[in-house]
Design a protein around this ligand. Sequence first.
Ligand SMILES: NC(=O)c1ccc[n+]([C@@H]2O[C@H](COP(=O)([O-])OP(=O)(O)OC[C@H]3O[C@@H](n4cnc5c(N)ncnc54)[C@H](OP(=O)(O)O)[C@@H]3O)[C@@H](O)[C@H]2O)c1
Length: 301
Amino acid sequence: MGVRPGALVVVLGGCGFLGRALARDLHHRGYRLRLPTRHPDRHRDLLVLPRLELWEGDVHDERFLRKIAAGAAALINLVGILGERTPGDFVRVHEELPARAARAGCGLRLLHVSAAGADPASDSGYLRSKARGEQRLRALAPTAIVVRPSVIYGPRDHFVCRFQRLLRWAPLGLPVPLAASPMAPVHVDDVVSGITAALARTAAAGRDYGFCGPEVMPLSEAVSAIAEISGRARPRGLSPGTSLLLARVLGHLPGPPFSVDQWRTLRAGSVCPAGALGLRDLGITPRPFREALKDLVPGSC
Ligand SMILES: NC(=O)c1ccc[n+]([C@@H]2O[C@H](COP(=O)([O-])OP(=O)(O)OC[C@H]3O[C@@H](n4cnc5c(N)ncnc54)[C@H](OP(=O)(O)O)[C@@H]3O)[C@@H](O)[C@H]2O)c1
């Protein structure tokens, strides 16, 4: 059964970029929300929403997961990391957590956000662990809905805002690693609409959806569009070899801005396979990146 307004929805990772947009939208539609977080003080602003609860706790603790799932109709998992602080983080966050969520949310409607390009055989730890997490989830919860978005952009995102910041420091043109890598940037509001539509639709149970924008473009084109609209110099593409060298150097910095694993993730591309179910199957027409950028830049970071 689809979930209807009035129901309690638990959102793991609900205080992140996508989670905040989703929480606001679900609240607006009349759902009740419960958001676990490690840092409730940082997210107090969300408490202006009267039907939203913030619970401090560790989502990797299954007892805590069972506690927050009590009384809920649906559980959404958005927890994800782009890189490991310590070896084993990808397995813990992307593989073990979906399985824990499936056990704690047994009987609830489950929706799990993975990533476009997830592949159990990938040499990227990020994409490999995302795919294995899907497999572990499916083994325990065959009716869970899996969503695989391409790069998500929107106000205060990790993509447009990041490149806007970097472009400021490169007056002669920002060097862009793996410039030819394909992606289909998708607006956060379209991803949110897709998730809410899938939650409400009974027939979405057990399905996988690729959430992509309408245009596939190389990374260089996406960054050029950001540069153009921000009045910055056109970026310069780096070859795969030079990009790998850069990743090896930057990968040694703390909280690395670009690592070898991210190089592998980027090289794999971030597109939805032809024939996959997507936003249009949920009644959503995704907006084009260049058009949406005009509303986003400047002032949304
Ligand atoms: N953004 C994109 O372009 C994109 C593209 C494809 C797929 N995705 C996937 O979409 C999901 C949401 O992405 P996002 O951009 O919203 O991410 P985000 O802004 O980084 O938020 C992730 C959330 O996960 C929680 N989290 C992170 N690491 C954790 C850990 N080790 N243990 C427990 N909680 C942890 C954080 O919660 P607290 O700090 O509040 O505890 C945070 O709110 C992720 O699964 C991501 O892989 C994102």
